[in-house]
Design a protein around this ligand. Sequence first.
Ligand code: LMR
Length: 398
Amino acid sequence: LFGHVEPAPKDPILGVTEAFLADPSPDKVNVGVGAYRDDNGKPVVLECVREAERRIAGNLNMEYLPMGGSIKMIEESLKLAYGEDSEFIKDKRIAAVQALSGTGACRLFADFQRRFLPDSQMYIPTPTWSNHHNIWRDAQVPQRTFTYYHPESRGLDFAGLMDDIKNAPNRSFFLLHACAHNPTGVDPTEEQWREISYQFKIKNHFPFFDMAYQGFASGDPERDAKAIRIFLEDRHQIGCAQSYAKNMGLYGQRAGCLSILCEDEMQAVAVKSQLQQIARPMYSNPPVHGALVVSIILNDPELKSLWLKEVKGMADRIIGMRKALRENLESLGSPLSWDHITNQIGMFCYSGMTPEQVDRLTNEYHIYMTRNGRISMAGVTTGNVAYLANAIHEVTKT
Ligand code: LMR
C-alpha cells in the first residue's frame, strides 16, 4: 500500500539538529536551530516562566480551551504587538486566535488566504526562513519572491526591495519579518520601514508580519514592534503572526497568536469565526499550558518587568558573542571582513559561507549549521567561540 512512499528530504533546519544529536564527538557544536542557550550551551527556562508555573501549579484544570484559544493570552498578545493603548484593540477591529506558535499562525493565515482570497499570491523575501516556503506551499497559495538581501554588502538591498514592491500587482500580499530577519539578521531602518509602508499604501498591498523574534532585535519588545506600529500609523490593514518560542523560551509549548486587523468590528467577528473553523478540523483547539504562562507573565507588572529584563539578558549575551566571534576571527588574521557579524542583529548571523564550506565545518570540525551559512549566535558560548572561529577561519581562508 505504501510502497511508493519515498523518504522525505531532511528539513534544512531541524535536520541539522538530528545530525548533531547523532554525532558522538565531544567537540561538537550546534549553531543550527534558532534556540537560545546559556553560556554553558544549556537550554534556558526563564525565571518569569518558572514563577508563572509555580502560580499555575495545582490551580490548573485540563479543560479544552475554546477553538480560538485563550482570550486572556490573545488580549495580552495584541497589546504587545499593536501597543498597550491601541485604538484598534479598543475598537475591536482585530480578529485574533491563539496559534501553535509562529508556524501555526502563519499556516492558519495561509489557509485563510487560500480559502477567502483564492486568486492571491504570497510574496516572500529572498532569502527567508525555509519553513515559510513549506507553509504557503502546503496551503496551496502560489508564492512569488521579492528582493531583500544584498550578498555583496551583506546588508539590505533596499533599492531592489522597493522596485519589487512597486512592480508587484496592486493589492498583493507580502510576508515581512517584523524584526530580526531570519536568516539574514538584516532589518530595514525605521526610515526605510516608513518608505516601505508609504509604497505599500500607494500599491494597496497587504503586509503580513511574521514576528517570531520580538525582543531579540533591540532587547526591547516594544522597540521591536516599531515596523508594525509604523504600518498602523499609516492605517494599513495588517496581519501578524506572533511567537513566544524565542522571547519567552516556550519553544515546545507552541504558544503564539495570529491577528488580522479588519475594517470594523463586524468584519473582525466574521474573520475570527472563520479562523476558528480552519483550526477545528486541524487541531480542534490549541494547548493550554503555554498560553497560561504567557498570560500570567504579561498580565502581572512585576513578572512582565522580570520578563523584559530576561529578554534583554538573552539579547545582550548574543551581542557579546557576536563581538567575540568577530574578534577571534580578526585575531586569527582572517583576510576577510567580518563586520557583518556585529552589524547584523537578532539571533542569526548570515555569514556568507558557502554550502561547501559549511559541509567542511560539519565533516572536519563537528560544527552543525544550516547549509545557507546561517550561524545561530544563540548557540555560541565563551567555551566554543574560539573553536568555532578557528574552524571558520580554516574553511574560509583560501
Ligand atoms: C529556526 O529558524 O531555526 C527556528 O525558527 C526553528 C525552526 O522551527 O526552524
